[in-house]
Design a protein around this ligand. Sequence first.
Ligand code: DC
Length: 234
Amino acid sequence: MRESTMMTHDEIIPVITIDGPSASGKGTVAQRVAKELGFHYLDSGALYRLVALKSLQEDADITDEGALVEIAANLDVVFENSDIYLDGKQVTDAIRTEQCGALASRLASCQSIRESLIARQRAFRQLPGLVTDGRDMGSVIFPDAVLKVYLTAGADVRAQRRYKQLIEKGISANIDSLQEEICKRDERDSNRKVAPLQKCLDARLLDTTSLSILQAQNRVLEWYRACNATEERI
Ligand code: DC
């Protein structure tokens, strides 16, 4: 093999990125695809939510960029199966509140906070492969992903899905304020200067407004298998 075509260790580990707006169902689809393929899974939004939770716990000044970067760079976090531990305490549901989501979205517009989370995210790229979801997984963190998906759905459908999710977790919610919050978050995540939420040119669009989770999951799996078949022919 010529040197210029040799792949690095990381490049041979396949990554599927699923980016999209809040409550689009990308997390559920990504987890299921990962399970189906036996791949690792990274919920990158959880990292921003963890920074938000920790800054709330520490009553940090959210205008103090240095303090927030310090929190982000030193997060003591463990992902274990479907649970997340911060400083040894289980925070799986605690990070899912709208308060954490809204603060995460605000903190995520700060470049230095984002930079302090890059290495942690890339470390999830392990054999046999990784499925990850977020806002900039395909554009910034894993630009060489084998398959990039932009998963979305109408804001009303997303609000209903988030409502159902919260109620199932025993967290009270109001559907109208959820939809308003989702639209605000979309606006902030899409219009920020650093790593905005966007559909990369090389991402495939998956609109799940009228698809079931299983249909969405199968579409991603079909696309991934098609990528592999093409690579094998080449
Ligand atoms: O996916 P989520 O709702 O859990 O993410 C919470 C917030 O974190 C989201 O509003 C924006 C931010 N985020 C980001 O900026 N980049 C990512 N890759 C993932 C999340």
